[in-house]
Design a protein around this ligand. Structure first.
Ligand code: FAD
Ligand code: FES
Length: 387
């Protein structure tokens, strides 16, 4: 049977064809407007931004906020509280990138604040915290990400569970709620190692004191002697104690991979439906070999060869995301979330096996047809990939 005949068997196809005919005959000529649409798209979603550091604000001994403005003097694209930009940097001859959530309120589009916490021997965080000065310019993606709040789907009774630098998307949401006087109930439970590590402490307390709908609780995992506040980790018991009945509440969890995994396990014990728990993991796990499902016979330091269709061959460590090994070999592939979520780095695996940790959101069809997300794919043997 010819394709044309098959199409007519699809329900609605004939109506659609008729509609297209009518629009061709009587409708406006959208081709004429294509340029206008492209101009608007370029303002709202430019593929790349050029951002200049206008100010550096010291938040805690280990955390700074970089205030970023347009290097070209343009208005920055609007964003939703909870979104991030992926910042491209060059260090030691390696071009790489890291996503940072925007911590400022979306009510302010003259700048984006990103708030960076030091990571021990961190390749990029060290560069941003130690070697960056006002006037430095970085390239980034436009704001992206789905860790946002939509009152239609997520309601207006929200519980935020933050760990360390994972406070940043919540800070944007809390600032927006306070700025706009939104009628939204927010309970923030924020885990930090010690009281000196709490980012935005004074501002959070000021907002909570002024807004009855916003409550803030700090939980300290390594409390100093004599500390009288909440201590330990964020557990299901603690959440129940602070939030009360969880029915109808939407939970948001954000923080380093270890905190995020622990919190999800705790929330599971509360019997919350999965759609009531929204998550953002801050990048690949620190030690992937400790993840469930990692094969015991492969160690983090094992080195495999990666053949790229077209001939190049490089070495890749089992314990390092494939994207990092590619970048170290000066091979760039598209990247945005660097945590397995956005699919932008999707790459065809021609041979070999990789390990994807739990949180990697590969589509079923990706798994079926051999596509991997190199930002969170770890080689388990020699590979061949198509890029
Ligand atoms: C959506 C999202 C939002 C985030 N928001 C924030 C935020 O608001 N604040 C914040 O502090 N952090 C945030 N992060 C984490 C941030 O993106 C970085 O992971 C963090 O700053 C640590 O990066 P690093 O390079 O310093 O650390 P590293 O541990 O050095 O780098 C992390 C990764 O880089 C690799 N790497 C190591 N050496 C090299 C090298 N030579 N070349 C290339 N790669 C190398 C490592 O293998 C590792 O996979 C966010 C992450 C995500 C996914
Ligand atoms: S960069 Fe988003 S899935 Fe890899």
């Amino acid at each position: 049977m010819a394709l044309k005949d098959v199409l007519h068997d699809i329900e609605g196809y004939d109506e659609l064809e008729r509609e297209i005919e009518i629009l061709r005959k009587y409708g406006p000529d959208h081709v004429e407007r294509a340029e206008e649409a492209a101009r608007i798209m370029a303002v709202l979603h430019p593929p790349r931004l050029s951002l200049k550091v206008s100010e550096i604000i010291e938040e805690t001994p280990s955390t700074k906020t970089l205030r970023l403005v347009s290097a070209k003097g343009d208005l920055l694209p609007p964003f939703m509280a909870g979104q991030y930009v992926n910042l491209f940097v060059e260090r030691d001859g390696v071009r790489t990138s890291r996503p940072y959530s925007i911590s400022s309120s979306p009510t302010q589009t003259a700048y984006y604040d990103i708030t960076v916490r030091a990571v021990e021997d961190g390749f990029v965080s060290r560069l941003l915290l130690e070697d960056t000065r006002p006037g430095d310019v970085f390239e980034s993606t436009s704001p992206a990400g789905t860790f946002t709040h939509n009152p239609l789907f997520h309601g207006d009774d929200l519980v935020f569970l933050a760990g360390g630098s994972g406070i940043t998307p919540f800070m944007s949401m809390i600032r927006e709620t306070a700025d706009r006087g939104l009628d939204r109930k927010i309970l923030l439970v924020y885990g930090s190692r010690d009281p000196g590590d709490i980012v935005f402490k004074d501002e959070l307390e000021r907002i909570a004191a002024r807004r009855k709908n916003i409550a803030v609780h700090h939980v300290i995992s390594e409390p100093p002697e004599g500390y009288t506040g909440l201590a330990g980790f964020i557990t299901a018991d603690l959440v129940k104690r602070l939030a009360g009945d969880v029915t109808g509440k939407t939970f948001y969890v954000c923080g380093p991979a270890a905190m995020y995994e622990r919190c999800l396990a705790e929330l599971a014990s509360l019997g919350l439906p999965r759609k009531r728990v929204r998550t953002e993991a801050y990048g690949p796990p620190k030690n992937v070999t400790a993840q469930a499902g990692w094969p015991k016979h492969v160690s983090a330091d094992d080195v495999f060869t990666v053949k790229i269709s077209g001939g190049r061959v490089l070495s890749a460590k089992a314990g390092e995301p494939l994207m990092v090994s590619l970048e170290k070999a000066h091979i760039q592939i598209p990247a945005q979330c660097r945590s397995g979520e956005c699919s932008l780095c999707r790459t065809k695996l021609l041979s070999g096996t990789v390990f994807h940790p739990e949180g990697a959101r590969l589509r079923k069809s990706d798994r079926q047809f051999g596509y991997i997300h190199p930002c969170v794919a770890y080689p388990l043997e020699d590979l061949e990939i198509l890029i």
